[in-house]
Design a protein around this ligand. Structure first.
Ligand SMILES: Cc1cc2nc3c(=O)[nH]c(=O)nc-3n(C[C@H](O)[C@H](O)[C@H](O)COP(=O)(O)OP(=O)(O)OC[C@H]3O[C@@H](n4cnc5c(N)ncnc54)[C@H](O)[C@@H]3O)c2cc1C
Length: 437
């Protein structure tokens, strides 16, 4: 009897686990269970729509899904349609690969005002995630404040100032494209508590900000050091990357504010202290900071920016899953290097937290596969058969990988000129295409 393995979540970590198991010499039956009809997690719904090359990694996932041992069960919510305990009773091993879909909070007064939208929701909206299609952000504002100094913050800033021509070849949804083009946005503020040396942008993304059609980067050159200070501890590789970022920021410094109609302002040493306004956001109060022992410390000097849209991009957390040992303070699963219980494993962001690139999830998958094969000598549970029976009993509509390929072809055929696809943005629309509604 093959070892039956259920992988919950079809993002990179789920697919890399499936790949490692399928390539092992042991006979395994591998089922990837995904809440949404569409697979690939943040490759589809997180990675910026104008970075299509990055999304190409999903072609490798198509190959994994096509293997005999692997089956995809889309539109099945673990924790909703069936519980983790149900799944553990059905499968020899269960791997949790559900990511970290919730935003970290800023923890400042006014954060719940209408007009503060976390990056998970905002990115999900422009990427056509079914949970966020109704977000309807108010883009009728000259200034937007993006809080955070990582790649997610820079993705958001870039998309808000690109032209229709620049965005059209991406897979941003038509709704989001039209809303951004109709917006009154002229100035995007990227606000970071610490300095240029600490910023976590990768250099390719940062350089892109200097090459936009109608938007010019703005930074006060006086705050950019010549190089990363010698006494800052980091690997040689990190030091080189950060020095490169400083070079890029230095190139931005002389550019004139009126060179182009829009601006992205890199404002470092600025910590958000309060979101201002009534029910709706009217501004943000910031405090200037200095970095002491790597930490941002307030200087007592404050300033305000008028805006009706504040987009915190300050990291993600998971909300957990009933039955999964969970550290609520950190928003990650509790595990011993991935082992979370008898026959229970975690991989990817739910295991490590939201860090690294897509490829960082691969060793997680390989490690989980190794652990499963060490822990379980032979299969003894029914796996797939029991899962299908349980879903049929609840009247659920499973979306298979072939169904997904049908949706994929439909989206590609519906693309505006030059774009890779026009996404189906609701579960009903996806099921409608499959079932001919
Ligand atoms: C905005 C953004 C942009 C990024 N851009 C890049 C980039 O350009 N390059 C790069 O290398 N990395 C990028 N990353 C990082 C990369 O996306 C992550 O490293 C990776 O997606 C994490 O993989 P994961 O499998 O842990 O989680 P996810 O990709 O989040 O996958 C989790 C999956 O589990 C599913 N799921 C959740 N709950 C359930 C449930 N209860 N039942 C069933 N299924 C469930 C979800 O629907 C999802 O499909 C980006 C991340 C973000 C947030």
């Amino acid at each position: 009897m093959p070892i039956s393995v259920a992988i919950v979540g079809s993002g990179p970590s789920g697919f890399y686990t499936a790949e490692a198991l399928a390539k092992s010499d042991t006979d395994c039956q591998i089922d990837i269970i995904e809440r949404l009809p569409a697979p690939h997690g943040l490759i589809r719904y997180g990675v910026a729509p104008d970075h299509q090359t990055t999304k190409n990694v999903s072609r490798a996932f198509d190959k994994t899904a096509a293997r005999d041992e692997v089956r995809f069960y889309g539109n099945v919510d673990v924790g909703g349609d069936l519980s983790l305990d149900d799944l553990r009773a059905m499968y020899d091993a269960v791997v949790i690969a559900i990511g970290s879909p919730e935003d970290n909070k800023l923890g400042i007064p006014g954060e719940d005002k209408d007009g503060v939208i976390g990056s998970a929701a905002f990115v999900g909206w422009y990427n056509g995630h079914p949970d966020f299609v109704d977000l309807d952000p108010n883009l009728d504002t000259a200034n937007v404040c993006v809080i955070g100094n990582g790649n997610v913050a820079i993705d958001i800033a870039r998309l808000l100032v690109k032209t229709r021509g620049e965005l059209s070849p991406s897979d941003i949804t038509n709704d989001a494209l039209d809303a951004i083009q109709a917006s009154s946005i002229t100035d995007v503020y990227m606000l970071g508590r610490r300095g240029p040396v600490e910023a976590k942008f990768t250099n390719v993304e940062l350089r892109e900000m200097g090459k936009l059609e109608i938007c010019v980067p703005q930074i006060d050159g006086g705050i950019i050091p010549d190089a990363v200070p010698e006494d800052m501890e980091m690997s040689d590789r990190d030091r080189r990357l950060r020095d490169k970022n400083l070079d890029t920021l230095r190139e931005f410094a002389p550019r004139a504010a009126d060179e182009l109609p829009k601006r992205v302002h890199f404002q470092f040493f600025a910590a958000p202290r309060e979101i201002l306004g009534g029910d709706k956001v009217e501004g943000i109060r910031m405090e200037r900071t200095e970095v002491v022992d790597g930490r941002a410390v307030g200087t007592g000097e404050f300033f305000e920016i008028e805006t009706s849209l504040v987009l915190p991009a300050v990291g993600y957390r998971s909300g957990g899953l009933e039955g999964l040992p969970f550290n609520d303070d950190w928003g990650v699963a509790i595990s011993d290097e991935g082992r979370a219980g008898d026959g229970l494993y975690v991989v990817g962001w739910i295991k490590r937290g939201p860090t690294g690139v897509i490829g960082t999830n691969r060793p997680d998958g390989q490690q989980a596969a190794k652990q499963i094969l060490e822990d379980i000598a032979a299969g003894s549970k029914p796996g797939r058969e029991a899962l299908e029976a349980a879903i049929a009993k609840n009247g659920g509509r499973i979306v298979s990988y072939d169904d997904w390929l049908t949706l994929d072809a439909h989206e590609k055929a519906a693309a505006r000129e030059g774009a890779p696809r026009e996404k189906l943005i609701t579960v009903a629309a996806m099921l409608g295409v499959l079932d001919g509604a």
